[in-house]
Each structure stands twice: as structure tokens, then as C-alpha cells.
Design a protein around this ligand. Structure first.
Ligand code: ATP
Ligand code: MG
Length: 293
């Protein structure tokens, strides 16, 4: 496809390399430089506005769709990052989908079925709050969930590799057909997660967010980290890159995400369609008619 190289993954220290060399233990969970949180928020707001304008051009151009995938451990900050980064986008051209434990209807299909149903249309931005990656993360940490999936057969030694391959092929197919895919792993530390859970317990307005089961899951942290590392290495590719964003400082994280989203949309070089001479003459004629009425 001639347009294939029209889009390139924005550069970032947090881009997960495409050669399988990503080591989660070496990836920062906090800012890698001195930060002034107010200045970060101001910078992020400007980028949020720019993203709103870029979305209008994406919509007018009507060839691409943009899909931004968010994965994180609990309390990693997915919801608030999505809210802050995309507040400037017209809701008419924007859709957030959250993926929870699959329903009975969803379990009656292959694991990509529910994902395909939520893909953004051309001209629109789609955000996934959790995604098909849960199938190689939470399900890998809890392989007993596979029982509920009613697969004809499976082998725990090979199923994760097979799922990575399905996901790579699925994302390549989407990319070849006009979907721009960028994936964010919000990399929060075990200590910061504990602080955020404590705040959810102590602050009445945050109580509803607290889930007892999440505390149990902390015991499986190393299993999750292993699953994340393998998934990111197996599926970070030029047409669907992963970014492992330090998530312990929310303003820092949001700015990094906003910058990558903005640069992704900019690199498409979409613009309002140019009107040709014939159409311009038509506009001039309509203007005269309106003035005479
Ligand atoms: P928050 O991060 O704000 O707590 P959430 O995304 O965790 O929101 P919850 O309803 O708390 O929302 O949790 C959704 C749960 O569904 C998560 O624990 C996630 O791991 C689980 N889940 C998502 N997809 C699958 C799947 N394919 N199989 C099994 N569990 C899944
Ligand atoms: Mg939760």
C-alpha cells in the first residue's frame, strides 16, 4: 500500500522497541526529569486543544480512523488520562469503549469479536479503556478463566504465543486498511498503586472506586509484570506501537500521552479537503442567490 509509510510512530523515550528488547524492570515509573506540575498541566492543555482541531481535520478528510488503546494495572490512571487528553474532542467524532469481564454473548464468540464491534469508523477517534490485551494479561495470570471461554482445546504452553500472533495479524490488517493504532501502557509502581488505593479508602468521594479484589491482585504483581513485558515485546510494531509511560505522576503521564496522540494525528497530514474551481464557482453563485433573497 503506497500510503503505508505515511504514518510513523512518534519518537519517545518510552516507545517500546520493535525487536523484543523491552525490559519492564528497567522502564521508569516516574518522571525522568525535574518537573513543575502546573507547567505540565498548562502544556497538556495546549496539546488537548490541538488534538480537538486535528480531530476535525481527521473527520473532514474521512480516510483514517485513530485507535488509542489504554492498559494499566488498577489505579494506573486510565480514566483520568483519557478524560484530560481528549476533553477538546467533539463527542460526535469520538467514542470510548471499556472492556470488562466478557458477557455470555461475548463468550459465544472468538476473543476479537467484541473488539471489532467497537472499532472507530473513518474520520473518528476510538479509545479503548482495556482491550483485547486483557486476553494475554488478566487471563494469562488467571488461566482458569480460559475454562469459561469454551475453546475446543488449548495448550497453556502455546496459547499465549498464538494469541500474540492473532493480535499482530488483526492489528496489521486494521493498519493496512486505514486504522492508526497507538497503545499506551500506563506504568505505575507497586508503591504508588498502594497510595492510590489508600486514598480511595480514605476519601469518601473515591470509595466507590475501591474494589476489595484489587488488593488481592497485588499479590500477583510479578505475574502481571511478566505478562505485560511479553505482550508488549510481542506486539509493539511500527504500525501499532506500544509506549510504556511512567504513571506515578499524573500530570507528567498525561502530557506524554497528549504529545504522542497529537504527533500521531499530525503525522497523518490530514487537512480540510481543498475545494476545486468548479466548486468555488458554485459557492460564489450560491452567495449571490442568498444575497438576492
Ligand atoms: P478501574 O480501573 O477504574 O477500576 P476497571 O477497568 O478496572 O476500572 P472494573 O469493572 O473494576 O473496571 O474491572 C474490569 C475487570 O474486567 C478488570 O479486572 C479486568 O481485568 C477484567 N477483564 C477485562 N477483560 C477481561 C477478559 N477478557 N477476561 C477476564 N477479565 C477481563
Ligand atoms: Mg477495577
Amino acid at each position: 500500500m503506497s500510503d503505508e509509510h505515511r504514518w510513523t510512530a512518534p519518537r519517545s523515550d518510552f516507545l517500546v522497541p520493535f525487536d523484543g528488547s523491552f525490559r519492564l524492570a528497567d522502564a521508569p515509573t516516574g518522571p525522568t526529569e525535574e518537573v513543575d506540575e502546573d507547567a505540565l498541566e498548562d502544556a497538556r492543555e495546549k496539546r488537548t486543544e490541538a488534538i480537538g482541531e486535528l480531530q476535525r481535520k481527521l473527520y473532514a478528510d474521512d480516510h483514517y480512523s485513530a485507535l488509542f488503546v489504554f492498559q494499566a494495572m488498577d489505579a494506573g490512571g486510565k480514566d483520568s488520562t483519557i478524560r484530560h487528553v481528549f476533553t477538546g474532542v467533539n463527542p460526535a467524532g469520538f467514542q470510548v469503549s471499556s472492556f470488562k469481564a466478557p458477557s455470555a454473548e461475548e463468550l459465544d464468540h472468538d476473543f476479537l469479536w467484541r473488539i471489532a464491534r467497537r472499532l472507530p469508523e473513518r474520520g473518528r477517534i476510538g479509545v479503548f479503556n482495556r482491550s483485547h490485551y486483557e486476553e494475554v494479561l488478566v487471563v494469562r495470570v488467571h488461566p482458569e478463566y480460559l475454562e469459561g471461554q469454551r475453546l475446543p482445546s488449548y495448550d497453556l504452553d502455546t496459547i499465549w504465543g498464538e494469541r500474540f500472533e492473532s493480535i499482530r495479524n488483526f492489528e496489521k490488517h486494521l493498519a493496512d486498511n486505514g486504522t492508526v493504532i497507538v497503545k499506551f501502557f500506563l506504568n505505575v509502581s507497586l508503591d504508588e498503586q498502594k497510595e492510590r488505593f489508600l486514598r480511595r479508602i480514605d476519601k469518601p468521594s473515591k470509595n466507590w472506586k475501591f474494589n476489595e479484589g484489587d488488593v488481592e491482585e497485588r499479590k500477583r504483581w510479578p505475574d502481571y509484570m511478566h505478562a505485560f513485558e511479553e505482550a508488549l515485546n510481542a506486539t509493539s510494531r511500527p504500525w501499532a506501537p506500544w509506549y510504556a509511560i511512567p504513571a506515578d505522576s499524573k500530570p507528567y503521564m498525561r502530557l506524554q500521552v497528549a504529545r504522542i496522540v497529537q504527533q500521531t494525528l499530525e503525522s497523518l497530514r490530514v487537512d480540510y479537503p481543498e475545494v476545486d474551481d468548479e466548486a468555488k464557482a458554485g459557492l460564489a453563485k450560491c452567495r449571490r442567490m442568498l444575497e438576492e433573497q
